[in-house]
Ligand binder design. Structure first.
Ligand code: F6P
Length: 547
C-alpha cells in the first residue's frame, strides 16, 4: 500500500493534529526525565534529541512507521551485498570497506573482503613510501604536496575529512583539492607548487567525468611544462578509479592505479581508495581509525533496536518534520571550524541520495522526500542567517554538532563557542513571548505608541526544534562514526520513503547536456536548436569568444 495511505502514516497525521502545537518548554516542565530519556550516547557521540516537538507517543508512532517500511530486511540486504541499487543493478557495500577482515560477501563471484584488504594494503605501502620519502620525484626529491583532482564524491568526502582532521596530520605533506572545471581552481592551486615535489591523485570512479579529466589534463600539461619527459608522469600521477581502461588511456600506468568497485557509490566512497589523499595526509593508521569509527556505527546501526538506534532516530525525526510539519529544509550547524566543509559534504550525501520524486515502483510519491540541506559553522552562521531561524516564517529544524574538547584551547574561546551553541538551541526552543518582550521594553523606559510599534519585532515564536550532537572530541574515530551516522540516517529515510537512494540520474542528465553544448561554441552558424533563451545565451558567448 502507498506509504501516505498506510495506517501508520494516518496515525501520525492525526497525532500531528493533536500535538503539533505542543510547546516543548511545557513538555520539559511536565517531565523531569525528558532530557535523559531522549538522549543517547555511543562511540564518543552524544545525541540529545529532547528539544524536538515529540512525546513518547510520537516516537512510538514514528517507530511503527519505520518498522512498517521493512527496514530490517533492507538493512540486511545492504550489508549482505544484494543489488539494492536496482536502477543501476548494483550492490551498495560501502560498509564492507570499513569492516574488519573475516566476513564473507561476494559480488559477481569476487570475494569482497579480500579485494578490499588488497587495496588497503596497496594504499598502506604507497603511503609509507611517500611519507617516508622513499618515493622520489623525477629530480630525486621527496614529495611535499598532494593534489587530489576529483569532483562530487571523489572530492567532497576527502576534502571535508582532511580539513576536519588537520590537527592529526603528520605534517610531512600538504594536501590540496581541485574540483571545479573553472580554470581558476587549478591555477590558484598550482601557483605555489613545485612540479618536482607534487603528487597528483586523479580520483574518478568512472574516469569519464568531464571536469576531472579537464583538470587532470591541464595538471599534466603544467607538470610537463617543467618535467618535459612523459616518462616522469609515472612518479607524479596516480589514479583512483574503477575504470582501468580509461586510466591507461589517460597515460597512468595500472601499477599506479588504486581500484575500487561499482558497488561503492561516489558519495559513499571516501572509505575506499578515494580516501588516498586522507591516508597520505594523516598517515595510514589514522585512516584505519576513521574506518574503525564508521564500522562501530555500522555495528550499532545493524544491531540496535529502532527505539535505541541513533541513525533511525535521526531519520525519523527528519521525516516527522519533513512530511508532517512541512519543513522542507534542514540546517546543519557544526560548532567547530575544522568541520567547515561538513554541511557541503552532507548536501551531496543527502540530496543526491534522496532527491527523488518517484518511488521504487516508478510512481510519483505523494509525499515530500529529501529536504534541502544547508549550513555553515557556528558562530559565523549566527551572524549570517540565524535571524531567519529565529524570527523568519519558515520552520527549519537544526542539527548542532559540537566537540566538547577543543583542538586549540586558547583562552576562553572554546567556552564561548560552547556557550553560543547551547544558547542558540535554548532560545530557538524558548523564544520570547509578547509578555516577556513587553516587560523588557518597559524596563528600558519605553511606553505607549513607541512600545506598541516595537513590540511585535521583539517577539520570538520559539518552539523550533533542534538536535544537539556532542562529540567527545573531533578525532578520526569519532568523525568516522559521525559520517556513518548520517549515511545511515539517509539510508533509513530512503527506505521509509520507498525510493532508491543510490542512483543519481539527475546529475547524469546535466553532464550530458553540457557535453552537447560545448562544441556549439565553435560553430560558424548561429545556434538554433535550443529554446530561445538558451540559443541567445550560447550565441552571445560565441560572439564574445570571437571578439
Ligand atoms: O555528482 C554526480 C557524480 O556522479 C557523483 O555521484 C560522483 O561522486 C561524481 O559525479 C564524480 O564522479 P566520478 O568519481 O566518476 O568522477
Amino acid at each position: 500500500m502507498h506509504l501516505s495511505r498506510s495506517a501508520e502514516w494516518s496515525a501520525l497525521e492525526s497525532h500531528f493534529q493533536d500535538t503539533g502545537n505542543l510547546a516543548m518548554t511545557e513538555l520539559f516542565m511536565a517531565d523531569s526525565g525528558r532530557a535523559e530519556r531522549f538522549s543517547l550516547s555511543l562511540n564518543g557521540i552524544h545525541l540529545d534529541y529532547s528539544k524536538n516537538r515529540i512525546t513518547d507517543r510520537t516516537m512510538e508512532l514514528l517507530m511503527d512507521l519505520v518498522k512498517r517500511s521493512g527496514i530490517e530486511t533492507r538493512r540486511r540486504e545492504m550489508f549482505d551485498g544484494e543489488r539494492i541499487n536496482f536502477t543501476e543493478n548494483r550492490a551498495v557495500l560501502h560498509t564492507a570497506l570499513r569492516r574488519p577482515p573475516g566476513y564473507e560477501i561476494s559480488v559477481d563471484g569476487e570475494d569482497v573482503a579480500s579485494e578490499v584488504a588488497d587495496v588497503l594494503e596497496q594504499m598502506k605501502v604507497f603511503c609509507e613510501k611517500v611519507i617516508s620519502g622513499e618515493w622520489l620525484g623525477y629530480t630525486g626529491k621527496r614529495m611535499t604536496d598532494v593534489v587530489n583532482i576529483g569532483i562530487g564524491g571523489s572530492d567532497l568526502g576527502p576534502y571535508m575529512v582532511t580539513e576536519a582532521l588537520k590537527p592529526f596530520a603528520h605534517g610531512k605533506l600538504k594536501v590540496h583539492f581541485v574540483s571545479n572545471v573553472d580554470g581558476s581552481h587549478l591555477a590558484e592551486t598550482v601557483r605555489e607548487l613545485n612540479p618536482e615535489t607534487t603528487l597528483f591523485i586523479i580520483a574518478s570512479k568512472t574516469f569519464t567525468t568531464q571536469e576531472t579529466l579537464a583538470n587532470a589534463m591541464s595538471a599534466r600539461a603544467w607538470f610537463l611544462d617543467k618535467a618535459t619527459d612523459h616518462a616522469h608522469v609515472a612518479k607524479h600521477f596516480v589514479a583512483v578509479s574503477t575504470n582501468q581502461e580509461k586510466v591507461e588511456e589517460f597515460g597512468i600506468d595500472s601499477a599506479n592505479m588504486f581500484r575500487f568497485w561499482d558497488w561503492v557509490g561516489g558519495r559513499y566512497s571516501l572509505w575506499s581508495a578515494i580516501g588516498l589523499s586522507i591516508a597520505l595526509y594523516l598517515g595510514f593508521d589514522r585512516f584505519g581509525e576513521l574506518l574503525a569509527g564508521a564500522n562501530a556505527m555500522d555495528e550499532h546501526f545493524r544491531s540496535a533496536p529502532p527505539e535505541e538506534n541513533m541513525p533511525v532516530i535521526l531519520a525519523m525525526l527528519g521525516i516527522w518534520y519533513n512530511n508532517f510539519f512541512g519543513a522542507h529544509t534542514q540546517a546543519i550547524i557544526p560548532y567547530d571550524q575544522y568541520l567547515h566543509r561538513f554541511p557541503a559534504f552532507l548536501q551531496q550525501l543527502d540530496m543526491e541520495s534522496n532527491g527523488k520524486r518517484v518511488d521504487r515502483a516508478g510512481v510519483e510519491t505523494e509525499y515530500a522526500t529529501g529536504p534541502v540541506i544547508w549550513g555553515e559553522p557556528g558562530t559565523n552562521a549566527q551572524h549570517a542567517f540565524f535571524q531567519l531561524l529565529h524570527q523568519g516564517p519558515n520552520f527549519i529544524p537544526v542539527d548542532f554538532i559540537l566537540p566538547l574538547r577543543s583542538q586549540n584551547p586558547i583562552g576562553m574561546h572554546h567556552d564561548m563557542l560552547v556557550a553560543n551553541c547551547f544558547a542558540q538551541s535554548e532560545v530557538l526552543m524558548r523564544g520570547k513571548s509578547e509578555a516577556e518582550a513587553r516587560k523588557e521594553l518597559e524596563a528600558s523606559g519605553l511606553s505607549g505608541l513607541d512600545l506598541k510599534m516595537l513590540l511585535p519585532h521583539k517577539v520570538f515564536p520559539g518552539n523550533r526544534p533542534t538536535n544537539t550532537i556532542l562529540l567527545d572530541q573531533l578525532d578520526p574515530f569519532t568523525l568516522g562514526s559521525l559520517i556513518a551516522l548520517y549515511e545511515h540516517k539517509v539510508f533509513v529515510q530512503g527506505v521509509v520513503w520507498n525510493i532508491n537512494s543510490f542512483d543519481q540520474w539527475g546529475v547524469e542528465l546535466g553532464k550530458q547536456l553540457a557535453k552537447a553544448i560545448l562544441p556549439e561554441f565553435e560553430s560558424e552558424e548561429p545556434i538554433e536548436g535550443h529554446d530561445a533563451s538558451t540559443n541567445a545565451l550560447v550565441n552571445r558567448y560565441r560572439k564574445f569568444r570571437k571578439a
